[in-house]
Design a protein around this ligand. Structure first.
Ligand SMILES: NC(=O)c1ccc[n+]([C@@H]2O[C@H](COP(=O)([O-])OP(=O)(O)OC[C@H]3O[C@@H](n4cnc5c(N)ncnc54)[C@H](OP(=O)(O)O)[C@@H]3O)[C@@H](O)[C@H]2O)c1
Length: 262
């Protein structure tokens, strides 16, 4: 049976590029793409129309637990399992720009950012872990020992600015806090889903600074060679995913494969 990859937050940016990449480069993979407004996701729906045998799009708002539960039920009925979940959706801040100082902080801004960037991926894990435990280990590297093999992989898209150890600049309270907390969720998940058999590999991945809507307000401050295309970023991240195993679970990696400090 085909390996099933679920891309959550697939309407634009890096999530959309993961769908394109998997359809183009991995002929044995079936893609489940989720987004909150398929009716507005013109590029994703175009991709789905051209590859209708290999990609299914579901409407799912990651802030709505009922949507996630319903989608997990439909995916289970349709495919019976999932091999890879990539949580790509996120926002920088509802205003589109990170806070530069305390005076920009608002309770509602922080709550919205954490709801989408942190709570959403964790609730995804709650409903999709049972499907990942039924996966066939179609992504990553499997060691010969059965006890160390995994059935599925969860990738939470993090950001280097969520690293507490790396934070020398300050600012961006909501986004930094949301990604630091997401990293803790990744670590917790790796422990819970690494205990039994089968096991699920759980990692946080930082894509670099990528040319998408999320980073757009800051593009003019970034040297051209430091602003990655979505194609390059996904190539790098897929190389990391292809080499994941239980030895790497519970960690955060950057696009170049280096481990990020928490
Ligand atoms: N771009 C960078 O430089 C960069 C750097 C570090 C980390 N990252 C991380 O990489 C990931 C992808 O970012 P990106 O650059 O591709 O961002 P993007 O182009 O701004 O796309 C964000 C995606 O999140 C979706 N989304 C937002 N709220 C949602 C919700 N409630 N339910 C479902 N989907 C929702 C958006 O859907 P709609 O179309 O419906 O709005 C869109 O598909 C994020 O986790 C981001 O934090 C990006």
């Amino acid at each position: 049976m085909a390996a099933i990859a679920l891309i959550q937050g697939a309407s634009r940016g890096i999530g959309l590029e993961f769908c394109r990449h998997l359809l183009l480069k991995k002929s044995q993979v079936t893609v489940v793409a989720t987004c909150r407004y398929p009716e507005n996701a013109v590029d994703l729906m175009g991709l789905a129309a051209q590859n209708s045998a290999r990609i299914t799009v579901f409407k799912m708002d990651v802030n709505r637990e009922a949507d996630i539960k319903d989608t997990a039920e439909i995916v289970e009925k349709t495919f019976g399992k999932v091999d890879l979940v990539i949580n790509s959706s996120a926002m920088l801040h509802p205003s589109g720009k990170g806070e530069t100082s305390l005076k920009d902080v608002s309770a509602q801004g922080i709550i919205s950012t954490l709801t989408t960037n942190t709570v959403g991926p964790l609730v995804m894990a709650k409903y999709f872990a049972p499907l990942l435990l039924k996966g066939s280990g179609g992504f990553g590297q499997q060691p010969p020992e059965k006890a160390k093999q995994h059935s599925g992989i969860i990738v939470n898209m993090t950001a280097k600015v969520g690293s507490i150890g790396d934070n020398a600049l300050g600012g961006w309270y909501s986004y930094r806090m949301s990604k630091a907390a997401l990293n803790m969720a990744t670590r917790n998940l790796s422990i819970e889903l690494g205990r039994g058999r089968p096991k699920v590999v759980c990692v946080s991945l930082h894509p670099g600074t990528v040319n998408t809507d999320l980073s757009r307000p800051y593009h003019r401050n970034i040297p051209e060679n430091k602003l990655f295309s979505t194609e390059y970023c996904v190539q790098c991240l897929m190389k990391i995913i292809d080499n994941l195993s239980m030895e790497k679970t519970g960690k955060a990696f950057a696009w170049d494969g280096s481990e990020l400090p928490w």
